[in-house]
Design a binder for this molecule. Structure first.
Ligand code: ZN
Ligand code: ZN
Length: 411
């Protein structure tokens, strides 16, 4: 473990900059039992910031695995009313949410992906109101990470136990801009300012479409919705509270037009989905829809994602990140989307963020669909950026603008 003061700095950053906990606000912390020490520090920091109550939801991925192994599908798909009520209470009380991710890669190896998919669909349906509330930014939420031993040893295969955990802590804190000598809260204010400036440049161009091309075989045109909004860095909740949904974050992202994606994308990093690592995969789109795909490993898992529901075979996000970014330069493959997505241009299969279209957070589902937005229970980012990625933007008047040359922003 890093020094206590460093972890306290991290916890304060999460509470004050990530969720921006307000006086007398309810705070929910969603955590694995693997990361209980950090969860405690965050709870303490939340009370220091004036939280009226902190509720911790403890999850244990091993217990979940035993459930997938032993339970019949009929039992797995039941979502008890008390679980739904808990989320309802949280929404009604105006709570903000802090999620600590700490994936255990490979833990669900051998589990039937169909079983996990069905369980996922059942709880997604029952908790749709909660997902809409969060993705619509009706409260503040933030996702951060903390290591566990299995994950750390996967990221640093030459290190064992505590040494691996220590190395992963260093990498996470570095990526999150928390160091012994700095004031991370000040540093994040500067970072947010520069992210906002980039959003403005992209919004001013008001591109019709983006054309991605590299030597891995990606040749993809992504049309953007009319009145799309580039976001990235901090955001305002619908109640006007500024928060950072992800720590770290390096991405500028917006909304693809659901039916306007054509061509092939080749992933440049593996994707961890439901505890399984999908490797060396590509996807082909026609008029927005996935029409073909393959993966060297875990094709079945990719299939269960793509076939999850009607929207999971369409895109909901396109994000631009320079190859020369701090996380990518660390040369660490984190095997966790929170980090890997911030090291590389990415797309998301599934639901779009309403805020990525003008007025979107106030739109009904029908209005969002009419605006060309994708709806789905899924939202899974996958990475396809590379050192030789070129991106050309097509403006509304037909002018072509080079956005990326050899992996990096040039506008
Ligand atoms: Zn993203
Ligand atoms: Zn995403």
């Amino acid at each position: 473990m890093p020094k206590l003061e460093l972890l306290e700095k991290y916890a304060k950053l999460i509470v004050e900059v990530g969720a921006n906990v307000q006086k007398n606000q309810l705070v929910g912390i969603n955590t694995s039992t693997e990361t209980k020490d950090l969860a405690r520090l965050i709870a303490k920091a939340a009370y220091n910031a004036g939280a009226k109550r902190v509720i911790v939801q403890w999850n244990d991925d091993y217990v979940s695995r035993y459930g997938y192994e032993s339970m019949e599908i009929e039992e797995l798909v039941k979502v008890p009313q008390w679980r739904i009520d808990k989320f309802k209470y949280f929404v009604e009380e105006g709570g903000c949410a802090i999620s600590i991710t700490s994936p255990i890669p490979g833990l669900n190896a051998g589990i039937d992906p169909y079983k996990m998919q069905q369980a996922g669909i059942a709880s997604s349906k029952a908790l749709k109101f909660y997902r809409d509330h969060m993705m619509g930014n009706h409260t503040q939420w933030t996702v951060i990470a903390a290591p566990n031993t299995v994950w750390a040893e996967k990221v640093f295969p030459k290190l064992k136990g505590e040494d691996a955990v220590e190395a992963l802590w260093d990498a996470i804190l570095q990526a999150s801009r928390v160091t012994e000598s700095n004031d991370p809260i000040e540093e994040w204010a500067d970072h947010n300012t520069s992210m906002l400036a980039h959003n403005k440049v992209l919004n001013d161009y008001n591109f019709k479409s983006l054309h991605f091309k590299n030597s891995l075989g990606t040749d993809l045109v992504v049309e953007l919705v009319k009145n799309h909004v580039w976001a990235g860095g901090g955001e305002d909740s619908s109640k006007g509270v500024y928060f950072n949904p992800n720590i770290p974050t390096e991405e500028n992202f917006t909304m693809p037009y659901k039916y306007g994606v054509n061509g092939k994308v080749v992933a440049s990093k593996p994707l961890l989905y439901q505890g399984n690592l999908i490797e060396d995969f590509w996807i082909e789109f026609k008029d927005g829809k996935v029409v073909n795909y393959d993966a060297a490993k875990q094709k079945e898992t990719l299939k269960s994602l793509i076939e999850l529901d009607e929207g999971s075979c369409y895109l909901g996000e396109v994000a631009l990140i320079s190859y020369d970014s701090p996380i990518n330069n660390s040369n660490i493959l984190f095997l966790n989307t929170l980090f890997d997505e911030n090291a590389s241009c990415h797309l998301a299969l599934g639901r779009a963020y309403p805020m990525n279209v003008l007025g979107g957070v106030k739109m009904s589902e029908k209005e969002l669909l009419d605006a060309g937005s994708n709806l789905s229970m899924a939202h899974s980012d996958f990475m396809f950026g590379s050192i030789d990625m070129n991106i050309e933007g097509l403006m509304q008047d037909g002018t072509k603008v080079t956005i990326f040359k050899d992996g990096n922003f040039v506008i």
